[in-house]
Every structure is written in C-alpha cells, then in structure tokens.
Design a protein around this ligand. Sequence first.
Ligand SMILES: [Zn+2]
Length: 457
Amino acid sequence: MKKIRVFFAVLACKLARAAIRLLGRGGTDFPGRVALKICPDLLGQLAKTVTTVIVTGTNGKTTTSRMIEQAFIDSGISYFANKTGANLISGITAEFAVHSKLSGKCKYPWAVIESDEAAFKQVGKQVNPKAVVVTNVFRDQLDRYGEVTHTLNNIRIGLQGCKNAVVCLNADDSLSASLAEELPNEILFYGVNTPIYKTRVEEVSDAPYCIKCKSEYVYDYVTYGHLGGYRCPKCGYARPMPQVAVEEVLASDTEHSEVVISLDGKRYDANVNLPGGYNIYNAVSAMAAGKALGLDPAVVSKSLSQFACGFGRMEKFDIDGHSLRMILIKNPAGCNQVLNFLTDATEPFLFVACLNDRSFDGKDVSWIWDVDFERLTEMGDLLTGVYVSGVRADDMAARFKYAGVPTEKLRVIKDYSELLKACLAQDRPVFIMPTYTAMLDLRATVSKNYGFKNFWE
Ligand SMILES: [Zn+2]
C-alpha cells in the first residue's frame, strides 16, 4: 500500500510541476501540496536513502546553502538542492519528489536543503539529516513569526527530531548557541573571533539580555546585531569557543572579503566572493557544515571563492556595461548589514529600495523605521540618488525623507521596467534592496527585458 501511495504522489508531483513549467511559471507550492495530500509522510519516505544537510535560521540560509553546494560540486559529490527558495514542507517535498524515480528511490545520494524555521519542526524529523546548520536567530517579520523566542523554539523542536545529525551552531549568537546544552547530538560551534567592521551602524540588539537569567550581557566585541563575544556577568552563560572560526579579516570591500578560518588546528585562507560581514558568517558556517559532513576543508575553503550566489542574494547583473546588484532584504538586521557594507563604498552609487507587504514580505512594514537609513544620508555625494518602488513605495519614500535624503535625490517609480530604465540611465553602480515578492517581480522583469535566465532555470 505504502509503495503505491509513494508512486502516485511522486507521479502527481512531477506532472503538476511539468504543467506549471509549461505555463512558464516558477516557484510554487502546488505540486508539493498535491503530493502530500496523497502521501502525508512522502518526504520521510523519499529522504530515506539520501544524505542530507539542512540549513535553517533567520538570515543567510540561501547563501550558506549555495556555498555548501559549491563545496559538493568541488568535492565531486552528486546531489540536488531546493534552489528556488521553496523552503516550506510542500516545496521541499516537491524537490525530493522531482529528483526521485517513481519507485520513490532518489536519483541522488546527497541533498542540500534550506528549510524555513517553522517548517523545520516537520522537515527535520522526516528528513533525518546527517548535519544541520543553524545560521542565526534574528527578529523577523513580526506578523509571521512573533518573537525571537518563538523562532528559537521552532528550531529547538526541529533539532529534537534530528537524532543523527551533527548540529552546527553559531557560537556568536547567544540565542541559538544556547540550544547546545539541551541536545544529545554532536555539536560543532562556528564563529568569528574578531570584529568585522571598522565602523558599524547603530543597531537595536535583538537579544540584549541573558537568555538564562535576563541580566544584561557584557560584550568583549560585537560583530553585528547581537552577534559577538557576549557573556553574562551574573550566571556565567557565555559565548562558547568555536571549533571552526574566522581568526582574521584580511580585506573586505564591496565585492568580496578575504578571511582566515581555523579548523582542527590548521588555518585556511578563504576569499569569499560576496561582500558584507554576514557573508563571512555564511562562509564559516559552510566550513562547519563541510567538517560535519567529512569534506576536505581545503576544498571547501576554495569553493567559497567560486560559488554562485542565490537569486537576489547580492546577485550581480551586468547590463550594457552597467553594474546592478540585487540584495534581498527581510528584516532590520539584514538590512542594517547591507548598509554596513555599502558604507565601505568608495565610488558614487545609486540606491534603490522596493518594499512590498504581501505575506512573504511581512504585512507589517513598520520595521523600516528600525533600519538606520540615516547612514546613507551621511554618505553625502557618494549617494547620488534614492529610488523607491514596490506596493509600499510611499512608505519607503516617507522613511527616506525622514532620514534626511534631499527631495531632489529621491524618486518614486512604481513600474519596474521604468525603474530599471531609470537606474541604467545613471552611469554608476546600482544597489537594489527588494523585499521577497518585490525581488521575484523585479527579477522577472530583468529576465524579460534584458535576457537573463529566470531563477528556476
Ligand atoms: Zn545569565
């Protein structure tokens, strides 16, 4: 009976996916939902023979997954991944189904799976991964997940289902690092042993107080947000020493970072081919995943210089000699990190923000007031203009006005084709920060108007 259910569920999923592709559409949960109706534990059935690494946490899931993917490619491992960002249980199930034969046997021995934190409660248990990477816990779209402790609890429950996994935790995040002592699993801490920015934006910490006794943490250094060398003066809870650590940041600019990562007493130079301090964290977490999976660290550290970033994650487009970078934003912490790296800019640039308020963006857009956009204004002539777009373009414009962007530098352009045209008319680098659904629409417009591949191709 089970085999028949698996057969029909996989078949239905493949057919539904093919039909949607014929219609020229990308990511959708529909095929997976159909499959799960037919066989509710399909994911568990299909994942049985696959060695899987799951990446979860608030920020950095997609980029970390792409880095691990490159490490797999360079290690000669045959794998598949949920590249399209379909990271709920339906999307992950569909990804397993389309990479399986109708018998339910997966065609690939390995998989790299990015999982939404709430979905991880189910995904972890069913997939039974060999390794899990928790990137970090930050305050996310309020209306979707509630408080940080709620996100943390989702991850906790997910990890409890991953009985056989090596768990890679961010030592610098007091929230997720605290999960270590509750878990019987082998734990691998990773972290950054040094500050990463010369100057940082002023940020509101998402976790100023000890998770155990509520006293205020003391920091030896802060990397960004609430991440860094924290310790509680009252109960003694403190940052654990990471086994995989960034020891030095040798160089960083708006294109890349060069770091030294220590692992098992050896030092590895890594040239991370994406800018921004948060990508240094993604790199060291990928190194930790490599160790958890038994990959050669020399190979993994090299692969960090050549991985392809996920769509919209610092994705770079060269259009008629113009450089355009698209940087997905989801929450104040992620957004402040983008500003941190933009303030390293040494040549004039154009800044674009696209704000939507659909459910995948977060319906409450008040978070834009928690972002230190004032830093952009302080850049003076390096910031040549600010264009805003998206469903909530007017809210975004109000935020920039309040931040002190002069009216002559500020433009509201709601049509994406017009927006891109206006960007390219400026002869300078463009940095576009869209929220999730705005990114999908904008990405589709870039594909259509300028001949780039769609993200699902
Ligand atoms: Zn304490």
